[in-house]
Design a protein around this ligand. Structure first.
Ligand SMILES: Nc1ncnc2c1ncn2[C@@H]1O[C@H](COP(=O)(O)OP(=O)(O)OP(=O)(O)O)[C@@H](O)[C@H]1O
Ligand SMILES: [Mg+2]
Length: 249
């Protein structure tokens, strides 16, 4: 017999961050630069956290640390995969590579354009890797390029010659074509025109409704006002002069 104690199932946790800290050792200056200290928060399926703070407060560094481009100095980032919990702060590189392919997406304003790969092929690649047949993946890719306003003449062209905004649209189409469980967004709307921004926010709303958890920095937070569940404010860490004496060589 099934006994239901609550009418609404509570949302499944995706990420629990505890005491996460990151600093950069500036060896040439014999100084330590504190990017962020003792960050903690929880994120459930379908939730959207807006990351705020002034220039240099550590927003991009926090996102990169969660994506494990950087190792944190201290703390944990417990990520709930479909199979179990893994600490992103300590996981093996092979596990991180697998998560990046299947579950955790990172969107910046910069396209890492590879030479001599066509725009539609770049966008279709995540679907191809997930096993979608080529023709189907390409047609889906073109649908997304169109949705973000990339002209059809550019679909078979190499993005290395595209304008900054066009490159960003290719980047977004690629990053958002396959729903991830966790999406890290670092100013994805910078240099996008209004209609592309609208297409992006529409897609983010769709992903959120399907359960994707997101943490994002937005140049125009009003674009995503309807999606925000919580805000995290990163404070710029001012270093006292005597901190130099604490530098680890
Ligand atoms: N690889 C690095 N090596 C050394 N210092 C770094 C590195 N990356 C970032 N920093 C420093 O860490 C601090 C936080 O940088 P970060 O890029 O995270 O800021 P941000 O909040 O994203 O700022 P912005 O709003 O300008 O994008 C800055 O003082 C920056 O100079
Ligand atoms: Mg930044």
């Amino acid at each position: 017999m099934n006994i239901h104690t609550s009418a609404m199932p509570s949302p499944a946790p995706v990420l629990r961050v505890e005491g996460l800290s990151k600093q950069f050792e500036m060896h040439h200056l014999k100084r330590t630069l504190f990017a962020f200290e003792n960050i903690g928060f929880e994120l459930n399926e379908g939730e959207f956290i807006l990351l705020k703070g002034e220039n240099g407060a550590g927003k991009s560094t926090l996102l990169r640390t969660l994506y494990r481009s950087y190792l944190p100095r201290a703390g944990h980032a417990y990520y709930h995969t479909r199979e179990g919990v893994i600490d992103l702060a300590a996981a093996a590189d092979v596990d991180i590579a697998l998560l990046r392919r299947r579950e955790i997406g990172f969107v910046t304003q910069f396209l890492n354009a590879r030479p001599r790969v066509a725009a539609d092929e770049i966008v279709a690649e995540p679907l191809r890797l997930a096993g979608t047949p080529r023709a189907e993946a390409l047609s889906e890719a073109r649908r997304w390029l169109a949705a973000f306003g990339v002209k059809p003449q550019l679909w078979p062209a190499y993005p290395s010659t595209f304008s900054g905004g066009e490159q960003q649209k290719v980047n977004l189409a690629r990053a958002l074509i396959l729903p991830q469980r966790l999406l890290l967004l670092d100013e994805p709307t910078a240099s996008l025109d209004r209609s592309a921004r609208r297409a992006l926010v529409g897609r983010l709303a769709e992903l959120k409704a399907s359960g994707v958890a997101m943490i994002g920095v937005f140049h125009h937070p009003e674009d995503v006002a309807g999606l925000i569940d919580r805000e995290i404010q990163l404070e710029t860490i001012r270093i006292a002069d005597e901190a130099e004496e604490d530098v680890v060589e």
